[in-house]
Design a protein around this ligand. Structure first.
Ligand code: IPO
Ligand code: ZN
Length: 418
């Protein structure tokens, strides 16, 4: 593995070190420089810190793709310090970066190397991004309904105290979602609904519509099922996660419902995913992306929906430009301009490992992340007991735009192939 070490951040921060009252297990984690500084300041227990230089390819101020270097830190850290870290990141930083949790140092080093390789590989499109399925997309888009999305958000955020990866609520939310998705699949024999079992209690859920002529090529649309409180989550915690990320799951479920009920048959295989355990280091999506890579699955595109129902600014859709694929990002922007011309689309960065798209990017797949707001105007209630649909005016008008975009994405990519 050709990893280049970077310089460690100044050790003067270590003067902020205070003995931590937390005493969780030590886990391997990777994060960007800003997150690492905050973690150091928090006094969390850290061991074996390794800094690495990682290139990021993203549009620069002039709009052209350029490469910039970021430092990524791999370390052992007290697991209990991580939820607080997400809160500190959210409150203190101009990015909303996250972290990845790894099963071993080797696994962590491989993840860091994965981002380097993805950046070096460049931006050659693997597929045809021509927009040429209006005859199918337009009638389907008109069937997407706000009331369905709203009702799914309400159910996910109120039927359980929380959807944390390790609680009864988190497990039940996954099992109930299987029941819901099987009902949507009806008697179609080209549709399967499965749970992806992990090394923790909550399972990811995957609904597949098998491609008719090009089933080996897969298009993935995903969001995360779990919720969390940054103050710490246990069995009885109230963590509704209405925006983060019931809204994303509800948006993709509505796109899925329209496709299934209309009888649409894709040429490529479509997979809809509700990931377990995003909030604790992208663990569910990492497990799935790793499994797909190890089995040489040909995923031609991934769309991530994490937070779709809070309109924090005039813009409707904010395309995240870092740790995503710029050719596919352009395609997604073109889809919005073509099918949803009334929407305002802008761009922002979100930093290292801010959502599940990063797990796919890390394994060399093409991923995009259309987000609900510019990062300065996003929903400040996430990861608290106040992340309810009331903070979005008790409607799903904003998430509706993302469900339509996801539908256009599914059909334009799903309808290609011999
Ligand atoms: C998140 C993602 C991108 C941006 I810009 C702002 C906020 C949310 C993400 N960090 C999270 O908590 N996902 O569960
Ligand atoms: Zn979150």
């Amino acid at each position: 593995m050709r990893l280049r070490r970077a310089a460690l951040v100044s050790s003067t921060l270590a003067t902020c070190f205070v003995a931590s009252a937390q005493a969780g297990p030590m886990v391997w984690a990777s994060m960007g420089e800003d997150a690492y500084r905050l973690l150091r300041r928090s006094g969390a227990e850290l061991e074996r810190v390794e800094p690495y230089a990682v290139e990021i390819r993203a549009p620069q101020a002039d709009g052209r793709i350029g490469t910039r270097e970021e430092t990524v830190y791999l370390m052992r850290v007290d697991e209990d310090a991580l939820p607080r870290l997400s809160r500190d990141i959210h409150e203190n930083l101009k990015t909303c970066a996250g972290f990845m949790v790894h099963t071993s140092r080797a696994d962590g080093r491989q993840a860091v190397a994965g981002f380097r390789e993805a950046a070096q590989r460049g931006v050659k499109p693997l597929v045809n991004y021509q927009i040429d399925d209006e005859a199918e997309v337009n009638p389907l888009i008109s069937q997407v309904q706000e009331s369905n999305i709203r009702s799914t958000i309400v159910k996910l955020s109120t039927n359980y105290k929380n959807r944390y990866y390790a609680t009864t609520g988190g497990v039940n939310a996954s099992n109930d979602l299987v029941t819901t998705w099987k009902a949507l699949a009806g008697s179609r024999t080209d549709v399967t609904v499965k749970q992806f079992t992990h090394s923790w209690a909550q399972k990811s859920v995957i609904l597949e519509i098998k491609g008719t002529t090009n089933p080996g090529k897969v298009v993935v649309i995903g969001g995360h099922l779990d919720s969390i409180l940054s103050s710490g989550t246990s069995e009885n915690s109230i963590a509704p996660g209405a925006d983060d990320d019931a809204s994303g799951v509800a948006s993709l479920q509505e796109a899925m419902r329209v496709l299934l009920q209309s009888g649409y048959k894709p040429k490529r295989t479509l997979q809809f995913m509700a990931y377990a355990a995003e909030e604790i280091g992208l663990k569910g999506s990492q497990a799935i992306a790793t499994d797909y890579k190890n089995n040489a699955k040909k995923v031609v595109g991934v769309l991530q929906l994490d937070m779709t129902n809070y309109q924090g600014a005039a813009s409707d859709i904010t395309m995240i430009t870092d740790y995503t694929n710029s050719a596919q990002n352009t395609f997604v922007k073109n889809l919005a301009a073509h099918y949803l011309p009334e929407l305002k689309v802008n761009e922002d960065r979100c930093g290292y490992a801010c959502s599940d798209h990063a797990s796919w990017t890390n394994k060399g797949y093409v991923a995009s992340f259309p987000f609900e707001a510019p990062l300065a105007n996003d929903n400040k209630n996430i990861h608290t007991s106040n992340d309810t649909i009331s903070k979005s005016g008790d409607n799903a008008n904003h998430a509706l735009k993302f469900a339509k975009l996801a539908l256009a994405y599914a059909v334009e990519l799903g309808s290609d192939g011999k």
